[in-house]
Ligand binder design. Structure first.
Ligand code: PRP
Ligand code: URA
Length: 209
């Protein structure tokens, strides 16, 4: 079974408060989402494998370490996942970025796919699927299935806020996937929105309504 990691770092929790606040405008919301994504990326990459190497400092040779192992890929779920990409790329600039376009049908709450473009070597990469909101879990489950159908084996899921329902759905369909979140909220409302959540992540990021 995949593990659920909830980050309680004070900086993440502090910034998340202002992300949730309805008074926070688009510019600040965007900046905060990017900053929290960067802080989460720092935590998520804790288990990356290291290899020994040496460099010559101006003084002597130093035995040091560099990141080794498989290369990373980021897969934001459009649209709202885009808001987290730049923050993660600040720490992992060499990661390639694929995009999966899904929107949630407002009536059925089922994900509808409208776009996909992945790195050509996606099967050889460890992937982080990114979406600020894990609500019913339909979008994340569909995106992960889509990647597995294309031969990807090692996938992590990174979200800002998750509902218990969304976590349960991912755990059921993809028990091999670890889930990384900044907060687990109380429940979903009748429209499938996370309570208390932050509202519609895509609309708040891009200033649409
Ligand atoms: C939001 C969010 C997730 C999805 C979560 O996207 O960014 O992708 O809903 O809900 P789920 O867990 O119930 O599937 P939305 O469909 O609003 O599209 P957008 O990002 O284009 O605004
Ligand atoms: N999508 C959002 O943007 N917010 C929610 O609370 C649920 C789905």
């Amino acid at each position: 079974m995949g593990k659920v990691h909830s980050f309680d770092h004070p900086l993440i929790q502090h910034k998340l408060t202002y992300i949730r606040d309805e008074k926070t405008g688009t510019k600040e919301f965007r900046e905060l989402v990017e900053e929290v994504a960067m802080l989460m990326a720092y935590e998520i990459t804790r288990d990356l494998p290291l290899a020994e190497t040496t460099v010559k400092t101006p003084v002597a040779e130093a035995k040091t370490k560099v990141i080794s192992g498989k290369k990373l890929g980021l897969v934001p779920i459009l649209r709202a996942g885009l808001g987290m990409v730049d923050g993660i790329l600040r720490l992992i600039p060499a990661a390639k970025v694929g995009h999966i376009g899904l929107y949630r049908d407002p009536e059925t709450l089922q994900p509808v796919e409208y776009y996909c473009k992945l790195p050509t070597d996606v099967q050889e990469r460890d992937l982080i699927v990114i979406d600020p909101m894990l609500a019913t879990g339909g979008s994340a489950v569909a995106a992960i299935s889509f990647l597995k159908d294309r031969g990807v084996r090692n996938i992590k899921l990174m979200c800002l806020i998750a509902a218990p329902e969304g976590i349960a759905a991912v755990e059921k369909e993809h028990p091999d996937v670890d889930i990384f979140v900044a907060a687990i909220d109380e429940k979903l409302n009748d429209h499938g929105y996370i309570v208390p959540g932050l509202g519609d992540a895509g609309d708040r990021l891009f200033g649409t309504k």
